[in-house]
Design a protein around this ligand. Structure first.
Ligand SMILES: NC(=O)c1ccc[n+]([C@@H]2O[C@H](COP(=O)([O-])OP(=O)(O)OC[C@H]3O[C@@H](n4cnc5c(N)ncnc54)[C@H](OP(=O)(O)O)[C@@H]3O)[C@@H](O)[C@H]2O)c1
Length: 261
């Protein structure tokens, strides 16, 4: 069992939802946090609300610009050693494939895929040098099962699972752990913040997410996966939890169900 206590954890998407819950639970376990998202004010308020607030740091980054985020983070974290990076920030989509601007597909890939690649490159060299570290990436059940209105989101989340599988194979000899998290529906702002076909925000809840597990439960699942060094973990309930199993063992049935949804 790996202990979180006194570990330096770089957490993206800390200002909301699963990341916000993770920040509280990790701080309660004695981690020193580097809190990342775009909204610096929210991150600063979060930092001040955490136990041992002076141990934590805010690092605001826009992950839709991965090259710039990588450069800024490399400078800001040059004298730190990060024990655990949790790539949790993400943006979803609610729009039909034939009605979605190419620019929206690119934004989804920048935030949900390329930023993961970029931030990992910030921390991997020192993890490999030390022979110790943990990369955690929050993908989605949508990274195993494609459903309506999420073609760009699913594309990026499928991609990041493949990337993490390759990274795990490369990192095993360096003792750097790689965990991929697949949440099902979680009750957060994800649907509200989802992009529509023209790139504007959806701006409203969605029943699936509203009926999902709490972000606190998802955060607890993620922390358990880190402590027990799981390669891949699904966090959810009901259909969103069993869909990857159906995909594997009853793919024809699942296809029919998803087309009729
Ligand atoms: N909720 C679900 O049902 C569900 C299911 C499967 C997977 N997930 C995944 O779980 C992760 C967390 O999502 P959530 O449900 O907690 O959603 P959320 O409440 O919308 O939070 C998303 C987080 O990502 C950050 N973010 C978004 N765009 C960013 C950008 N361009 N640069 C930097 N940070 C950015 C947001 O911070 P700022 O706005 O401050 O930048 C926020 O902290 C995501 O990767 C999501 O895909 C969620």
């Amino acid at each position: 069992m790996t202990s979180i206590k006194n570990k330096t954890v770089w957490l993206t998407g800390a200002s909301s939802g699963i990341g916000f819950a993770l920040a509280h639970q990790l701080a309660d376990k004695g981690a020193r946090l580097i809190l990342t998202s775009r909204r610096e004010k929210q991150l600063e308020e979060l930092r001040q609300s955490l136990p041992n607030s002076e141990q934590h740091q805010v690092l605001a980054l826009d992950l839709s610009q991965p090259e710039q985020a990588k450069e800024t983070a490399s400078g800001a974290l040059a004298d730190k050693h990060v024990d655990i990076l949790i790539n949790n920030a993400g943006v979803s989509q609610r729009s039909l494939a034939m009605e979605t601007d190419l620019a929206v597909y690119r934004t989804l890939m920048e935030v949900d895929y390329f930023s993961v690649v970029a931030l990992n490159q910030v921390v991997l060299p020192s993890m490999v040098q030390r022979g110790d570290g943990h990369i955690v990436t929050v993908s989605s059940v949508a990274g195993k099962v494609g459903t309506k209105l999420r073609s760009g989101y699913s594309g990026a989340k499928f991609a990041v699972i493949g990337y993490m599988d390759c990274l795990r194979a490369e990192m095993t000899e360096h003792n750097v752990c790689c965990t991929t998290v697949l949440p099902g529906f979680v009750h957060t702002q994800i649907a509200h913040n989802a992009l529509t076909g023209d790139g504007s925000l959806r701006g409203s809840e969605d029943q699936d997410n509203a009926g999902g597990i709490s972000p606190q439960q998802c955060a607890a699942d993620i922390i358990r996966a880190i402590e027990t060094n799981k390669a891949e973990v699904i966090s959810g309930k009901g259909m969103s939890k069993v869909a990857p199993l159906l995909q594997r063992f009853l793919p024809g049935l699942l296809r029919k169900m998803l087309a009729n949804r």
